[in-house]
Design a protein around this ligand. Structure first.
Ligand SMILES: [Zn+2]
Length: 392
């Protein structure tokens, strides 16, 4: 189905809508303290559209007034050693590659400032973090003298901070009008040598893996290397580098203001044909994948066995609500103590810590990210639990 609306990334018409899912909680990781509240949490629809010109994929029916990024928004991954090792490596590499020593760095959407603190500590930098949901009590102690925080959305009114490095991790995918946002960042920069860095989910892996659990309401925008580079270039940047990290789950881009009016196109940006094929593959095969997962979970339950989901993240919420699973699974495990005791938006499972499993003794665990499979097995093994662990 082709729609006449305009692409919010490149501004051209003809958007092909290829995937629809209804009843999606408008927020996945707000802490909800009763099962009723969780099940009745406001819902919206996702209808993914593909722009045949720039390759941008977005929720064509997204309503930006619905999600709220206030306190109670609990998205940190820093309780995982696997994730922390990745952060350490990334900070070290960025410092080396872009000479980030004794510089001023800004993070847009900094959460509780974990990565910003690390970047400032390792490079002796001065940091300013922007996040409306920032919670000062959760700031790592090393951050206190190095970083300051502004509980606001970043905008041009903060140009005076004169940063050498402006970056944002896992934020752009939440922004429904990316060209507007990246143009605003471009206007906020005063120095030609300021480097901009963004990290976000990579969409081609989602399409190839039929990863329907990676599609949820807060994520209105989905990028490939090519569509991301085209966005930055269209907003007046030169793209320095494009790469992926974390088992190809995260897409990274660095850019600087382009004053030359001439821009070098990287070979890896040429991905429209491949994207178009992967979009068709996803549209055709995802309904089958959803049916297979339902059968698998019903099968485990029908044999009288217990299965739990590992990770009360947005992926876990999207997995359960897309499958329409409620009573078939009773609990979701999360190692983040700030998620435990609350309930999963939309599907209503209680979120528990790993120790709860010592009594519950699940027969199977579904890991919402294969990268954590070994970490999960270790945590279970420490409790003398050996259920079958499979990953999405
Ligand atoms: Zn476009």
């Amino acid at each position: 189905m082709t729609e006449k609306r305009l692409c919010p990334s490149c501004g051209k018409p003809n958007i092909n809508v290829f995937y629809k899912v209804g009843n999606v909680p408008v927020h996945s990781v707000l802490n909800l303290d009763t099962r009723e509240k969780a099940i009745q949490y406001p819902k919206g629809s996702v209808e993914l559209g593909f722009c045949q010109y720039c390759g941008f994929i977005f929720n064509t029916v997204f309503d930006p007034s619905l999600p709220e990024y206030t306190s109670g928004y609990e998205a940190t991954q820093t309780f995982s050693p696997t994730f922390n090792a990745f952060h350490q490596k990334l900070a070290t590499e960025l410092i080396k590659r872009y000479g980030l020593r004794n510089k001023t760095v800004i993070e847009i959407g900094c959460g509780n400032g974990e990565f910003l603190t690390l970047l400032c500590k390792l490079g002796d930098n001065k940091g300013v973090g922007f996040d409306p949901s920032f919670n000062a009590q959760r700031l790592p102690p090393e951050g206190k003298n190095r970083v300051s925080f502004i509980k606001d959305f970043y905008s041009e009114k903060y140009s005076n901070l004169d940063a050498d490095f402006i970056y944002s991790k896992m934020t752009l995918e939440h922004i429904h009008d990316p060209a507007d946002f990246i143009s605003m960042i471009r206007r906020s920069i005063k120095k030609d040598d300021t480097t901009v860095f963004f990290q976000l989910p990579e969409v081609r892996r989602i399409l190839r893996d039929l990863a329907f659990w990676d599609i949820y309401y807060e994520h209105s925008s989905y990028f490939s290397r090519g569509s991301l580079a085209r966005l930055f270039r269209g907003c007046g940047f030169d793209v320095l580098d494009l790469w992926t990290e974390y088992d190809n789950q995260y897409l990274m881009v660095t850019a600087r203001i382009n004053r030359a009016k001439k821009s070098t196109i990287l070979s890896q940006e040429d991905d429209i044909d491949a994207l178009s094929k992967e979009m068709d593959y996803f549209a055709k095969n995802t309904p089958k994948r959803i049916a297979q997962w339902r059968q698998k979970i019903y099968g485990i339950r029908d044999r009288g066995k217990r299965v739990v989901i590992w990770s009360a993240s947005s992926k876990g919420v999207a997995f359960l609500t897309t499958l329409g699973i409620q009573d078939e699974i009773e609990y979701v495990v999360d190692i983040n103590p700030y998620r435990q005791g609350y309930y999963m938006a939309g599907s209503g499972q209680r979120i528990v810590g790993p120790d709860f499993l010592k009594d519950y003794r699940p027969d199977a665990v579904i890991a919402m990210n294969p990268i954590y499979k070994e970490e999960i097995k270790n945590i279970l093994g420490e409790r003398e639990l050996y259920p079958e662990v499979f990953a999405v």
